[in-house]
Ligand binder design. Sequence first.
Ligand code: IPE
Ligand code: IPE
Ligand code: MG
Length: 237
Amino acid sequence: MPRHVACVMDGNGRWAARRSLPRTAGHRAAETTVIDVIEAARSAGVGWLSLFAFSTENWRRPDTEVEFLMHLVRRVVRKHAPLLHARGIRCRFLGMTDPRIPPGLARDIADLMTLTGRNRQMTLTVAFDHGGRKDIVEAARSLIRSGVPAGSVTEESFAAHLPFSDTPDVDLVIRTSGEQRISNFMLWQVAYAEWVFPSVLWPDFRAPDFLRCLHAYRQRERRFGAVPPSRNGEPES
Ligand code: IPE
Ligand code: IPE
Ligand code: MG
């Protein structure tokens, strides 16, 4: 079982386009998938689930789409906060530094994080206004400000300056819609993740699809650069 699963929730726009609907209809339809996947992950025993909801690059989208996403996330947060709390899920948002984030949304997110902060069933991290490079640059700034000598910096001490530094490395990344890119997502944490790219669009992705991804993960042999124990002897003759 992967300890930390991360999803790049992609394909909302194409889902809508196939139905001759505006892109925003695809985002609205994504809500059902989000709730389904959270529940599937929790009941499968995944301890850490991260969802990529809005990137630092997504600000380049039309204003109307960005505004819609801000409203949608606020509505989802308010609507599902009691359920998430009842399920024992600790919720947090990674990113959220841009001044364009509406203050009402920031308040509701802060309330959700406070409400669920002591829960231990699963940690749900929503990457929102998130950029992997931005986090690494911020960590570098924080490290320099701490006055640590360059020669003492290690991977561990550097990682301690990343936001939510208690987050374990990502074991499995699921990117829906067939696109095969990182798109600046949790760059530090995905260093040795396994990847799966189901072609299904995010609004059509459901618990059975998620479980299939977990199954695919279990077929992988993770080597981390080493020789796997099954093949550590002499070449087969
Ligand atoms: C992912 O779906 C949702 C966000 C990035 C907010 P897209 O909106 O990227 O959908 P496609 O890629 O255009 O189909
Ligand atoms: C990545 O998807 C961001 C999210 C899923 C939130 P995009 O659809 O924005 O990524 P690109 O532009 O195709 O790389
Ligand atoms: Mg996309």
